[in-house]
Ligand binder design. Structure first.
Ligand SMILES: Cc1cc2nc3c(=O)[nH]c(=O)nc-3n(C[C@H](O)[C@H](O)[C@H](O)COP(=O)(O)OP(=O)(O)OC[C@H]3O[C@@H](n4cnc5c(N)ncnc54)[C@H](O)[C@@H]3O)c2cc1C
Length: 481
């Protein structure tokens, strides 16, 4: 029997373990070659230095894992629609396999690739891997996609509560003894130049925050982050610690889940296993709180899949008529972390320097940009995508629309007071003083109320706005729409 050759196309699943389409491919043939393409039309991955770094280092590890397994990861750049069929033909592949995506551009691109492959009689294997549950397997009683998180979570949890309900490959597939390309194909210039592609990419990485960024690239690091989150008891203390930006109380797995250096099923399966071993009420609550966060990720992915128009604008259409003020100077001060409001500036500086920001802070700065500075939330969405190491269209858009009150959540207007938020979540000002050294000697009580005297401010600017009057302005503008 002739062994089929399979080309496995990596995208948001940069790992060898628990990878749905890869496991399927491996079950059909050990003549497996993989490919990653720097897609020149998909600009989102390449407009943030932090993601550039995370992607490059993850690919480096992946390439080495494939070499250890006896095969290779081909790396190229250009248009997948042209390159995938071209390389599949070159290596005489019978199949091309990949995991499905939810973003509108990727869905369209994949359809085009599939059509091109059909013309050459090359079969396609494509499976869902990036989600806990396939979009068609979760819907409301009336068979519609969920638009509200609460009922979505209930249904998800019902379906995924037992370990046996999670289709997770516990015995990690170690790709040993793969069959590499025949030497005459491996010598082809297109295949040979692939090494240079990644090396050139790595040389051009210009991100200085890699030491302080809490997310770490590669499959090995993702595994370590998950194990550490569990063994250091952060998971069972999550509920009480996750909201304090000065405490290292969250998993830092967002970029790993974004690039697929860890599978979402593995993270979820761990929570179920630990849940079954736990009796303490607070620990159980913490585990469920973390599951709920994984479910928010899932919810936003499903929302974008079903409502691709979210990428372009508000879910609630009346927000199209909102009279945004979009003051450029205010926006620049917000972006730089120069507003004179400590919690906002500390958060934005964390983002600019480390490529990551604590979730509580993301909510505070988003509310501030939209409800205090009256800037269109899409300006903030873009700024986040330019910096976040975990920048992801679905999660970022979902987070911004939630903060702007333009999204699916039925609560109409949610305005965060930056000073009250500081009093609750950074009461000792440790986070603020870490990111704003100019304030290190200022009395905490002044920072907490925002009432910092002129003599204490020195190099630190006066507040860009007054929260109370801007809040009134926002509410009156909102009343008009
Ligand atoms: C305005 C705004 C923009 C955001 N942009 C992004 C983004 O681009 N990419 C991104 O991954 N997350 C985004 N988030 C969600 C959240 O802030 C991050 O996922 C979280 O801070 C990552 O830290 P962690 O991995 O330690 O999370 P943990 O607290 O350990 O949570 C575990 C995982 O659950 C998921 N998750 C947690 N909270 C959320 C949430 N609110 N929405 C969706 N998924 C969630 C993430 O995958 C995260 O890694 C955004 C939130 C807001 C308010």
């Amino acid at each position: 029997m002739v062994v089929p050759r399979i080309l496995f196309w990596y995208r948001r699943d940069l790992r060898i373990s628990d990878n749905k389409a890869l496991i399927k491919s491996y079950s059909l043939s050990k003549a497996l070659t993989s490919i990653y393409i720097f897609d020149k039309n998909y600009t989102l991955d390449f407009n943030a230095p932090s993601r550039y770094w995370f992607l490059g280092d993850s690919l480096k590890e992946l390439r080495s894992n494939w070499e250890k397994a006896g095969s290779r990861l081909i790396i190229d750049s250009g248009e997948p629609k042209l390159l995938i069929p071209k390389i599949a033909k070159l290596i005489k592949a019978n199949y091309v396999a990949w995991n499905k995506s939810i973003e509108p551009y990727e869905i369209d691109r994949d359809l085009q690739v599939e059509k091109e492959l059909e013309k050459s009689n090359i079969k396609v294997i494509n499976l869902w891997d990036h989600l806990l549950i396939e979009p068609c397997l979760i819907s409301t009683g009336t068979n519609n996609p969920y638009t509200v998180y609460g009922p979505f979570y209930k249904n998800l949890k019902k379906q995924l509560f037992e370990p046996s309900h999670i289709d997770y490959n516990v015995n990690d597939l170690r790709l040993l003894n793969l069959e590499d390309l025949p030497s005459e194909v491996a010598e082809d210039p297109i295949i040979k130049k692939s090494h240079n592609h990644l090396d050139n990419f790595l040389k051009n990485i210009n991100f200085s925050g890699n030491e302080i960024c809490p997310c770490k690239p590669g499959e090995n690091n993702a595994e370590k982050l998950l194990n550490n989150f569990i063994s250091s008891k952060k998971l069972i203390n999550y509920d009480s610690q996750r909201d304090f930006p000065s405490i290292k109380g969250t998993s830092y797995l967002s970029a790993s889940l974004r690039f697929g250096t860890i599978s979402i099923r593995k993270a979820w399966a761990k929570t179920i296993q630990i849940n079954h071993l736990t009796r303490n009420k607070n620990s159980l609550l913490s585990i469920e709180t973390w599951q709920k966060e994984l479910a928010w990720r899932e919810f936003y992915q499903h929302c974008l899949y079903h409502f691709p128009e979210l990428e372009k604008g508000p879910y609630r259409k009346k927000w199209n008529n909102f009279p945004w003020q979009n003051n450029t100077e205010w926006f620049i001060r917000w972006s730089r972390g120069d507003t004179g409001i400590p919690i906002i500036d500390a958060s934005m500086r964390q983002l600019n320097q480390s490529g990551w920001m604590h979730n509580r802070c993301r909510m505070i700065v988003a509310s501030f940009l939209v409800k205090d500075l009256v800037c269109n939330w899409q300006m903030g969405e873009k700024k986040f995508m330019e910096h976040l190491v975990d920048g992801d269209l679905a999660a970022n858009n979902g987070g911004w629309q939630w903060s702007a009150s333009s999204g699916m959540d039925p609560k109409p207007l949610r305005i965060f007071n930056p000073h009250t938020q500081t009093q609750k979540f950074d009461p000792l000002c440790n986070y603020i003083k870490y990111w704003i050294p100019e304030l290190s000697k200022v009395n905490n009580s002044e920072i907490l109320t925002g009432d910092i005297s002129k003599s204490e401010r020195k190099d630190y600017p006066n507040p860009v706005i007054n929260h109370n009057s801007q809040q009134r302005l926002f509410k009156s503008l909102y009343a008009e729409i």
